[in-house]
Write a protein that binds this ligand. Structure first.
Ligand code: FAD
Length: 402
C-alpha cells in the first residue's frame, strides 16, 4: 500500500484541530500530512471582535503554526488556495499544485451580503486578523480626522454595526469599552460618538434565551449603544446606510457588517454544490459525490437530525468536527466503522465587553456578568490547552475577567 496523502486546507479551528488529531491517529510512516494556510500563523477568529475594536493587541490573537504543529510531522505549506479540482484530486495554490488522496476543507467564512447594494464595497467585515486590524485603525483615523479637519461633522465619529447576532453584539460590547479610551486620547466628549447596532429581526441575538437577550440589551444600552431592531438595511453608501421602508439615511464614519456569513467562495467556485452558501455534507462530514473530501467548520452545512435544522457556524462545532474527521480518514485508510457527527453542546457564552458577558453552559444553566466572563475565559483557555498544552495557555491564555 502506498502512503496516503492527506491534505488539510486552512489553519483555522477545523484545520488546526484536524491536523493535530491526524498526527495522533497516524504513525509518521502511515500517512503524509500536509497543512496549507494563507498565513504562517493560526488566529483566534473568536477574538477578532476584540482586535477590531482595539481592546486586544493583534499579536495576542495569533499563534505561529509551527509553535503547535511539528513541521517534522506535517508538511506546512504557506500559500493561498486558489481552486480545488476534486475530480482530479488536486488543489491549485498560488505557487504550486498539490495532489491528495484525502482532502479536508476548512477554509472558513466570508461575509454574506444578501445582495444589499453597496455592502461589499463600503462595509468592513470582521473576517481575518488583517481586516479586523483595518477596522481598528479606521475608527482611530476618523477620531484623528475629527481633531484635525476644519468644521468636522460629528458623523465621522458614528459607528454603524449591521447585524446583532453573536459577532455584532460581541463587537459593540467591545466598542463600549474602547470608545471612552479613544475619547480620552483625542479629547472628544463621549456624547459626540454614536455606536448604532442595526438588526432586521425582532430582537438581538435571534435564537437566544429571552432573559439573556434582555440582560445583553440592558448592559449594552446602559453603556451607550443605540440598538435598533426590526430595522432592515437597504443600501450602504461610502458614508451612510439607508434603512427601513422610509429609506432613512444614517450618516457614519465607519460601517461594519456582521449580519451574515457564507462558506469561503473557493468552495463554490470549485464546483461543490452549495445550500444557502455552504456545502451540505453527510453525517460523516463528507462532500456529496466525493467520498474522499471532508468539509468542516464554516464551509459546511451539517444537519442536526433532532431539530431538522443545520448547526450554527461556531468554533465549538468546528473543533468537534475535527475529531470525527480524523477518525474517519483513518477508517477509510485502515477499515472500520465511520463515525457520524453529533454535536455535544457545552454551552454558549457571549462577551459584552469588559467584565460583562452572558450565556448558558451544559444543561442550559444561565450565567451573567463576571461569572459568565470567567466561563468565557475558561472556554478560550480550554481550546488553547487542546491545541498547544499548558505552555500555550500560559503564553496566550485569558486569566483576568476584563
Ligand atoms: P476559521 O477559523 O475562520 O479558519 C479559516 C482558515 O482558513 C484561516 O486560518 C484562514 O487564514 C484560512 N484561509 C482562508 N482562505 C484561505 C485560502 N484561500 N488559502 C489558504 N488559507 C485560507 N464561535 C464560537 O463557538 N464561540 C464564540 O464565542 C465565537 N465568537 C465569534 C466571534 C467573532 C468575532 C467571529 C467572527 C466568529 C465567532 N465565532 C464563535 C464563530 C467561529 O469563529 C467560527 O465558526 C470558526 O472560526 C469556524 O472555524 P473554521 O475553521 O471553519 O474557520
Amino acid at each position: 500500500m502506498t502512503t496516503p496523502r492527506i491534505v488539510v486546507l486552512g489553519a483555522g479551528y477545523a484545520g488546526m484541530m484536524t491536523t493535530k488529531r491526524l498526527t495522533q491517529q497516524f504513525a509518521p510512516e502511515e500517512a503524509e500530512i500536509t497543512l496549507v494556510n494563507k498565513h504562517n500563523y493560526h488566529y483566534q477568529t473568536t477574538w477578532l471582535h476584540e482586535v477590531a475594536a482595539g481592546t486586544i493587541d493583534v499579536n495576542r490573537s495569533r499563534i505561529m503554526i509551527t509553535d503547535v504543529i511539528n513541521p517534522r510531522r506535517v508538511n506546512i505549506v504557506h500559500d493561498s488556495v486558489v481552486k480545488i479540482h476534486p475530480d482530479d484530486k488536486q488543489v491549485e495554490l498560488s505557487n504550486s499544485m498539490l495532489e491528495y488522496d484525502y482532502l479536508v476543507i476548512g477554509l472558513g467564512f466570508e461575509k454574506a451580503t444578501f445582495g444589499i447594494q453597496g455592502m461589499e464595497e463600503h462595509a468592513f467585515s470582521i473576517q481575518s486578523v488583517d481586516k479586523s486590524r483595518m477596522i481598528r485603525d479606521h475608527i482611530e483615523y476618523q477620531f484623528s480626522r475629527y481633531k484635525t479637519e476644519e468644521n468636522p461633522s460629528d458623523d465621522l465619529l458614528t459607528i454603524i454595526v449591521g447585524g446583532a447576532g453573536f459577532t455584532g453584539i460581541e463587537f459593540v460590547g467591545e466598542l463600549a469599552e474602547r470608545i471612552p479610551q479613544l475619547c480620552k486620547k483625542y479629547d472628544i466628549p463621549r456624547n459626540r460618538v454614536k455606536i448604532i447596532n442595526i438588526e432586521a429581526a425582532e430582537t438581538v441575538l435571534p435564537g437566544f434565551d429571552e432573559e439573556l437577550i434582555a440582560y445583553a440589551v440592558h448592559s449594552l444600552t446602559d453603556r451607550g449603544i443605540d440598538i435598533r431592531t426590526k430595522t432592515m438595511i437597504k443600501e450602504v453608501k461610502k458614508d451612510a446606510v439607508i434603512v427601513g421602508e422610509e429609506k432613512e439615511e444614517i450618516k457614519a464614519g465607519t460601517i461594519v457588517w456582521t449580519g451574515g456569513v457564507q462558506a469561503n467562495r473557493i468552495v463554490g467556485e470549485s464546483g461543490f454544490e452549495l445550500t444557502k452558501g455552504k456545502v451540505n455534507v453527510d453525517s460523516t462530514l463528507r462532500a456529496p459525490n466525493y467520498d474522499n473530501v471532508f468539509i468542516l467548520g464554516d464551509c459546511a452545512w451539517v444537519m442536526n437530525k433532532e431539530t431538522g435544522r443545520p448547526y450554527p457556524p461556531t468554533a465549538q462545532i468546528a473543533i468537534q468536527e475535527a475529531d470525527v474527521c480524523a477518525h474517519n480518514i483513518r477508517t477509510l485508510v485502515f477499515g472500520g466503522t465511520l463515525r457520524e457527527f453529533k454535536f455535544d453542546n457545552k454551552g454558549t457564552v457571549a462577551s459584552l465587553g469588559g467584565s460583562e458577558a452572558m450565556g448558558t453552559i451544559f444543561d442550559g444553566h444561565k450565567l451573567y456578568g463576571l461569572q459568565a466572563k470567567m466561563m468565557k475565559n475558561v472556554i478560550d483557555d480550554r481550546y488553547l490547552f487542546m491545541l498547544g498544552g499548558p505552555s500555550l495557555v500560559l503564553k496566550k491564555g485569558k486569566f483576568r475577567p476584563f
